[in-house]
Design a binder for this molecule. Sequence first.
Ligand code: FAD
Ligand code: NAI
Length: 476
Amino acid sequence: MSTKTFDVVVIGGGPGGYIAAIRAAQLGMNVACIDDWKNAAGGPAPGGTCTNVGCIPSKALLQSSEHYEHAAKHFGEHGISLSDLAIDVKKMVARKDQVVKQNNDGILYLFKKNKVAFFHGRGSFVKAADGGYEIAVDGAEKQSIVGKQVIVATGSSARPLPGVAFDEEKVLSNDGALRIGSVPKKLGVIGSGVIGLEMGSVWRRVGAEVTVLEAMPGFLPAADEQVAKEALKLLTRQGLKIEFGVKVGGVKVGKKGVTVSYTDAKDKAHELEVDKLIVSIGRVPNTVGLNVEAVGLKLDERGFVAVDDDCRTNLPGVWAVGDVVRGPMLAHKAEEEGVAVAERIAGQHGHVDFNLIPFVIYTSPEIAWVGQTEQALKAAGRAYKAGSFPFMANGRARALGDTSGFVKFLADAASDEILGVHIVGPLASELIAEACVAMAFRASAEDIARICHAHPSLSESMKEAALAVDKRTLNF
Ligand code: FAD
Ligand code: NAI
């Protein structure tokens, strides 16, 4: 049993943890990162949920399924004809696995490059020791290391429906939803949040009949209402069936499939028979097995590690970042917190602006926003101006054959400072970056309106929406 001391020990190698480890190493610290994710062969697969069963694999499948849908429905418009179009789901999933592996390998390379000591196994607190904390690592061998500072970045896991365990065969979490072996004829999804929409889209595009059951009365309550309304219209038109205001009563798993009993918004009882059921009703923080009791690390009432605005826990020298703490469960939020904590440990002034975290949903069209929604501004009584521009009036969008949706800018009525940008449309995930930069520099809508944007490009819709704030669009 060896006991080596590190300046920083990071528990968890997802985007919060591995990025914190790299930044701390860049700042001259001696760093260890412990992660327990295993690939199919039992080897290390750092990158966490994001790399293994989240952001990266979902985007790989979204890309493949979008190619298929384009080939099936839109190639004809370009004069391209295809016969015998077919989808090989096993190959699509194998390609996704390859993309995941490239990312796992990339992180192992980055650890080597930055001299981060990687431990493959499960980390847990043992006791306060030697001016830091002793952490046990339960992997191929049992080890014990000491961290003068510890960053907890253990992430989150899918929340099951009460009494309905994930078997990943018929009742699927995000994990099983990303490795279905053949197109299910009927797919049920509980929850019309981000995973429900992205995974529902993947399997609908390749031929499944998808029904989404949502408890809330409305669609994407965190999004700008106008964007949510447009997105719902477009996704429904594509064939995604979404029922709102449902109460799921029971889930029966049979030999052939799954039966979901539920009542609709009018309290009428229904049964939905599906081949597979994805349950995507949010996620819970991973703290089980961390042995927080051994050192008295405090959790909040919802089970997250309790932290202040700077990610400090109740224990000196123990920090926590990412999905295991409050705030949006997003990879880039976890990364920003990881960098900021490493910099704070080094005595610098790391900072995360929670108002400038972009949100993206990778459906087609994509949905993206940053800053405040119109309904939030109204509720706060803030005087604002709004301007929108439809992709229908954008030359590049017409050339791409993807004219759905719009860009919407919200700016302060007096100062013209941009307060929020909301997009539903092609490549919204990329376009939103301009809004993040502009808002970080506290730009006005007029600033964006006066900047030269390449023609023809989707980004001209950003400029035009900024012009629309002052009611002077040029192309609409
Ligand atoms: P995680 O990525 O969960 O990593 C935590 C790691 O710690 C894991 O490897 C875990 O096994 C390990 N661990 C846990 N406990 C221990 C322990 N005791 N010892 C050692 N290791 C431990 N976000 C986006 O921003 N964009 C997206 O497009 C996006 N798509 C998503 C799609 C899906 C299907 C899902 C499920 C999530 C998606 N997310 C997306 C959310 C994103 O994956 C998370 O916000 C992000 O992974 C959180 O990073 P993290 O480092 O906090 O935790
Ligand atoms: P979510 O919080 O996005 O959505 C869950 C949905 O399920 C909500 O609409 C909720 O009202 C509904 N719901 C909850 N309980 C229910 C019940 N009993 N019956 C019916 N509906 C119910 O959670 P989701 O989709 O599981 O995703 C988890 C997290 O992963 C997200 O919060 C997001 O941060 C992250 N993620 C991010 C992505 C991205 O950035 N593109 C992609 C996928 C996930």
